[in-house]
Design a protein around this ligand. Structure first.
Ligand code: AMP
Length: 276
């Protein structure tokens, strides 16, 4: 496994790599959610590449960029074990050298939900994904459904700018109790982790209500809200039931819908979603 820190060295490795090449972009602190993407990239491509880069431009000024969990040694051990060929782990100055001043302005799909609550987030995501897809030029790039809106933003970006990768979306990986795996789960105390189960619980409730014939979105949102706010540790950023393609909020569930939510448990902000 080659660990590469510079764009120039990656270009060299790319020239020598067998194709097709699959890329899994990550911010590191790898868990089973990431590793599922990695194993799929390994299985489907002659060369499996993973990027590890905590991208400063997608964090707001009051967010957790400085404290975001990092463990490069453990990440590299996991990737070696999974048979990854290339790891791109650039320092921030390699991705954003002095004078860097070009950003991707994502359109409507990035305005709502996460975009509304985390100003500038998708501008940072789209900029770094565009750079990674341009540097690595993967035949396939793998993303997790856990970040549903990110998947839509990346697909839009890939199509609109002709980046030429196939975007592969992989299902959300959960702990045995249903909590979606996330690098940020490490912030949760035992009591907070218990409270965090209400995210998945409320998504299950929504699916259950819908499968029993409820199509009134506001009534489902209200039931989800009630369940989550049973815990005094939880504060809701948003609960959304939206058109799964364009994220327009729905009154009546009469088409494929993305049910998504962002909830703060103590100081930790968690997101989760299901498609119905
Ligand atoms: P991150 O390191 O959080 O930027 O995540 C890197 C990639 O892994 C993204 O495409 C995420 O959507 C994906 N991912 C993170 N957590 C999970 C999960 N629990 N299940 C599936 N994919 C995930």
């Amino acid at each position: 496994m080659q660990v590469i820190e510079s764009v120039a060295a990656f270009r060299q490795a790319y020239a020598e790599a067998e194709k097709p090449l699959g890329l899994v972009p990550t911010m590191g602190f790898l868990h089973e959610g990431h590793m599922t993407l990695v194993r799929r990239a390994r299985a489907e491509n002659a060369t499996a590449a993973v990027s590890i880069f905590v991208n400063p431009t997608q964090f707001g000024p009051s967010e957790d960029f400085a404290t975001y969990p990092r463990d490069m040694d453990s990440d590299l051990a996991k990737l070696r074990e999974a048979g990854v060929d290339l790891v791109l782990a650039p320092p921030v100055e390699e991705v954003y050298p002095p004078g860097f001043d070009t950003y991707i302005d994502v359109g409507r799909i990035g305005e709502r939900l996460e975009g509304e609550h985390r100003a500038g987030h998708f501008r940072g995501v789209a900029t770094v994904v565009c750079k990674l897809l341009t540097i690595v030029r993967p035949n396939r790039a793998y993303f997790g459904q856990k970040d549903a809106q990110q998947c839509l933003v990346v697909k839009r970006l890939n199509d609109d700018l002709n980046l030429g990768s196939e975007i592969v979306i992989c299902p959300t990986v959960r702990d045995t109790d249903g909590l979606a795996l996330s690098s940020r789960n490490v912030y949760l105390s035992a009591v907070e982790r218990e409270a965090a189960l209400s995210l998945y619980g409320s998504l299950n409730l929504a699916q259950d209500l819908h499968s029993r014939g409820e199509t009134d979105a506001s009534s489902i949102r209200q039931r989800m809200r009630r369940l989550i706010t049973e815990s005094p540790l939880a504060s809701i950023d948003y609960i959304s039931i939206a058109d799964a393609d364009n994220l327009t909020e729905l009154d009546i569930i009469d088409r494929p819908a993305l049910i998504s939510l962002a909830v703060r448990i103590g100081k930790t902000r968690l997101i989760d979603n299901v498609i119905i």
